[in-house]
Design a protein around this ligand. Structure first.
Ligand SMILES: *Cc1c(COP(=O)(O)O)cnc(C)c1O
Length: 382
């Protein structure tokens, strides 16, 4: 079975992890700050904090922005559940802004209309989390403009989008947001096995992110509430977690980072080949908007309806093509349906998308011959 996504591990990556394993530190050593430094330099952002997953980075990002009981957090229904769960961990309520069916990102028109209504009902969101679906950045300048009018904070869920750009800046620059979160799960662009990063330009937010990452504890005298008792002294200021990344993960991340541009270029090359070879078939494909360079975490096709999707999906799986689905609308999950306020969820575009969507294999080591085989199988199945 050709999988829909797969990591690319080189001998250099293996050597980097072995070296970390032989070093003095398995955790809390020099590799984590080195990895964070690679992110800040690459994305042209001031601060970065490495986490043990994007899920924990999203949770800490919500906490850092003060999300709490009865606050509203809005995100896209077409995302992984973690994007919405992070708000629920904080005791907040979550609602969903329907997608633009051509970009699969949060629709700006829907967001604007929903904000207008929420303002009248006095239930504006504290935080909005746009998701750069499949590696294509959302229209961040427009979301940022709305944030100024309606007073919400922005966390970019860029789990799919390291190496992508929006206009003249790399995703992660936080030019139009408070915090950007990346994931380094093996199916994403580069990997640390498990891992994530939260980037920000705000010193205050960076301090809070790092507190929440490590039990709410600080050893920095300037941040202490009491006078420092001595070299041994540390203080717990907030209720934090152990969300730290290990040195082994950071070492792998530093090594993988050397190839981030190469990986994204290869993904774009493969996506363009799919665009050419699938043209003329009765399926919808998605191309990035002008001014956007996608990292192409996923290549998604959409067929007319659920019945066709089911047949094509099963046939492709039977023929060794590891197709997948990204995503079931989060608000349709039984858990989200069970929330007492679930009657507010209205996302018809997301449901329509879900009915016909299929993710086909795309990863940096996918060979042209394999891709041609996949295209042939899709032609047969369609
Ligand atoms: C993968 C993913 C996450 C969660 O990332 P982890 O690192 O596995 O915790 C969150 N949001 C989106 C959009 C993702 O694709």
């Amino acid at each position: 079975m050709i999988p829909y996504g797969r990591q690319s591990i080189s001998q250099e990556d293996i050597d980097a992890v072995i070296e970390a394993l032989k070093s003095d530190f398995l955790t809390q050593g020099p590799k984590v700050p080195e990895f964070e430094g690679k992110i800040t330099k690459y994305c042209k952002v001031v601060y970065a904090s490495a986490f043990n997953s994007a899920t924990s980075a999203l949770h800490a990002a919500c906490l850092a922005l003060g999300v709490g009981k009865d606050d509203w957090v809005w995100t896209s229904p077409i995302t992984f559940v973690a994007t919405a769960n992070c708000a629920l961990y904080c005791g907040a309520k979550v609602d969903f802004v329907d997608i633009n069916p051509d970009t699969l990102n949060m629709s700006i028109d829907e967001l604007r209309a929903k904000l207008e209504v929420a303002k009248k009902q006095n239930r504006l969101p504290k935080v909005v989390i746009p998701v750069h679906m499949a590696g294509q950045s959302c229209e961040m300048d427009k979301i940022h403009e709305l944030s100024k009018i309606y007073g919400f904070k922005i966390i970019e869920d860029a789990s799919h989008a390291i190496g992508a750009s929006y206009k003249d800046s790399k995703v992660g620059s936080c030019e139009f947001s408070d915090i950007t979160v990346f994931s380094f799960h093996p199916v994403k662009i580069i990997t640390t096995a498990e891992g994530g990063v939260a980037a920000t330009n705000s010193k205050e937010l960076d301090i809070r992110l790092k507190l929440y990452r490590s039990h709410g504890i600080t050893r920095d005298k300037n941040l202490m509430m009491n006078e420092c008792h001595g070299e041994w002294y540390y203080e717990q200021k907030v209720l934090g977690y152990n969300y730290r990344m290990t040195e082994l993960q950071a070492a792998l991340g530093c090594s993988q980072f050397l190839r981030v541009d190469e990986f994204v270029e290869k993904r774009n090359l493969l996506a363009n080949r799919y665009n050419e070879k699938l043209a003329g078939l009765p399926i919808k494909v998605f191309k990035p908007l002008k001014d956007i360079y996608s990292s192409y975490h996923l290549y998604i096709i959409q067929v007319e309806n659920y019945e066709r999707k089911k047949i094509i999906f099963e046939e492709l799986r039977a023929k060794g093509v590891g197709v997948n689905l990204h995503y079931i609308p989060v608000n349709q999950q039984p858990y989200f349906r069970s929330l007492e306020y679930s009657h507010v969820f209205k996302t018809p575009n997301a449901e329509k998308y879900y009915a016909g969507a299929i993710s086909i294999p795309l990863f940096q080591d996918l060979k042209f011959e394999e891709q041609d085989l996949i295209v042939a199988k899709i032609k047969e199945a369609v």
